[in-house]
Design a protein around this ligand. Structure first.
Ligand SMILES: [Zn+2]
Length: 102
């Protein structure tokens, strides 16, 4: 049986957006606090697998996501509301200890 625990994440606490390579399991961290122009690699830095096409919808979406996170964090004090992400965290309800793997 699986249950879920919800918690919220302040966008200022986001340290990175990780891109995980499906070919080699390598990863690349993109920090939304990095200043423009943010370089988003078009291929895996570990194995060279092609990930994106320059200017593609996904390439723009990743850039826009990082830009949006940075903008919201920078403008947070000026807002009359607080912005948080609500996240579901699945975990085993059977009491089995997690080994940290999926
Ligand atoms: Zn790779």
């Amino acid at each position: 049986m699986t249950s879920e625990t919800r918690f919220t994440v302040d966008l200022a606490d986001i340290r990175a957006i990780d891109l995980l390579c499906k070919a080699c399991n390598g990863s690349l961290a993109l920090n939304p606090k990095w200043r423009k122009p943010l370089m988003i690699p078009l291929s895996c830095p570990s194995c060279g697998e092609k990930w994106l096409t320059e200017g593609s919808e996904m390439h723009r979406a990743i850039r826009d996501l990082l830009d949006s996170i940075r903008t919201i964090v920078e403008m947070d004090e000026k807002n009359e509301f607080k912005f948080e992400l609500r996240v579901n965290v699945p975990h085993e309800a059977s009491g089995r200890a997690s080994d940290g793997k999926d």
